[in-house]
Design a protein. Structure first.
Length: 461
């Protein structure tokens, strides 16, 4: 029995069905969850258009000119936001439909409704079309996800003051967008809308954007964003957001006010764990409402597992999916390895992208792990020069003595793809020499990964 049809839910359902179990998924908002319907798939689809605009921006350096033939230099390339958002919604729906068909093919029963635990082996579903259904189960996985956090002084109206789930209803390009919050979500949307030609102001309560990411990577991104004309207000905490007609005003705690046409709130997430019977069932949550789980996704209640954003453990779709699979493998007695967050690769879909895996620079600097570090800029990479890429780098961490690669950072175009060989090295405990001696294509961005690894050869002497 699975509560929620997001990655943690549908992936666990597929594993359970593969192992011969009878599976029911109770879902109220659409199979795929927020990752497919309102968050990951939609935002990265929007960002795909932004990436194209970023490439167009640098086309002149590569000898390509846009315009009507005059010498003004003005580009005629513009974004039709209504069409972009229509495509975003269509792709999200199509992906949700594909997953639903896969579940149906594998014999998974989907109940449309909102489920609530009635003990560790029973779920009561309030059906979307009315009525209730009680479902008995040998095990339950709670995968109810999370929703955008808002504040009493900053309430979204769905038109001018928006959460990241609501931006896809905009038909016109904002004349000035104020993004409140400089974490991953805020930085991604700020970067995307800037590339779409929007005047963007990013309000950050911290001293830099992406405070949770590699400091060198965040510095590169902030430099790029400001160079492209974005206003970044660091150490600026939002007090309130109000609307007056077609204007929104963000008031800061120091008394300053920022006026724009739209405001995007990127203030974090709240788990969807209230009023679903957790406390009565004996499932322990933390002070923020996130479900406490161990490395095989077990909660404090026997037979109840949890996966995904409702657990607050590295809130990524890939982690949610793995938590769900691990839960089913564990419950059904299949071979299972506990979740290892040091093998998780993640990506910030800004321009440039920021990808990471394994141990971080912060951990190395704090003495949590003894590691050698090398950082190699992309500006010297032949393929980067050909493509007009100047910003970005490859950073690798390896253990002194053994030379085993324990982490890495890639900043640049398609860093989400470039991080994969580093992730393999981390997952399989490969040495820097092994990574260096693997052939790469010339010219290629991945050549910089091998070059960075070669520069770590001295640790094996």
């Amino acid at each position: 029995m699975i509560l929620g049809g997001g990655p943690g839910g549908y992936e666990s359902a597929l594993v359970a069905a593969q192992l011969g179990a009878e599976v029911t998924v109770v879902d109220s908002d659409g199979i795929g969850g927020s990752a497919v319907v309102t968050d990951c798939v939609p935002s990265k689809t929007l960002i795909a258009t932004a990436e194209l605009m970023t490439e167009v921006e640098g086309a002149a350096e590569l000898g390509v000119r846009f315009g009507s033939g005059d010498t003004s230099g003005d580009s005629w390339v513009q974004v039709d936001l209504a069409r972009v958002n229509a495509r975003v919604k269509d792709l999200a729906l199509a992906q949700s439909t594909d997953i639903s068909r896969r579940l149906e093919r594998d014999g998974v029963r989907v109940v449309e409704g909102r489920g609530r635990l009635d003990g560790p082996t029973r779920v009561v579903a309030e059906l979307n079309d009315g009525g209730f259904e009680t479902i008995e189960a040998d095990a339950v996985i709670v995968a109810t996800g999370a929703r955008p956090r808002t504040l009493p002084t900053a309430q979204p109206d769905g038109e001018r003051i928006l959460t990241w789930e609501q931006v896809y209803d905009m038909d016109e390009v904002p004349s000035r967008l104020i993004v409140v919050g400089s974490g991953v979500t805020g930085a991604e949307f700020a970067s995307a809308y800037k590339a779409l030609g929007v005047d963007v102001v990013l309000v950050s309560s911290r001293d830099r954007v992406l405070p949770g990411e590699d400091a060198d990577a965040a510095e590169v991104l902030e430099q790029v964003l400001t160079r492209r004309g974005m206003t970044v207000l660091s150490k600026s905490r939002m007090e309130s957001v109000t609307r007056d007609g077609e204007e929104v005003t963000v008031k800061l705690t120091d008394g300053r006010e920022v006026v724009g046409s739209h405001c995007l709130l990127a203030l974090g997430s709240i788990p969807n764990t209230a009023d679903i019977g957790l406390e009565e069932t004996g499932v322990i949550t933390d002070d923020a409402g996130f479900i406490k789980v161990d490395r095989v996704s077990r909660t404090s209640a026997r037979g109840v597992y949890a996966a995904g954003d409702c657990t607050g453990i590295l809130m990524l779709a890939s982690v949610a999916a793995m938590q769900g699979r691990i839960a089913m493998w564990h419950f059904l007695g299949d071979a299972v390895a506990p979740l290892d967050l040091k093998k998780v690769s993640s990506n910030v879909f800004t321009a440039p992208e920021i990808a990471t895996v394994g141990w971080s620079q912060e951990a190395v600097d704090a003495g949590e792990i003894n590691a050698e570090t090398v950082m190699l800029g992309l500006s010297g990479n032949a393929r980067a020069k050909m493509q007009g890429v100047r910003d970005g780098f490859v950073k690798l961490f390896c253990r002194p003595g053994t030379g085993i690669v324990v982490g890495g950072v890639v900043v640049g175009p398609r860093a989400s793809e470039l991080i994969h060989p580093v992730a393999i090295a981390v997952a399989e405990s490969l040495t820097a020499d092994q990574l260096a001696q693997t052939f790469t294509v010339y010219p290629s961005m991945s050549g910089s990964i091998a070059e960075a690894a070669r520069r770590l050869h001295h640790v094996n002497d």
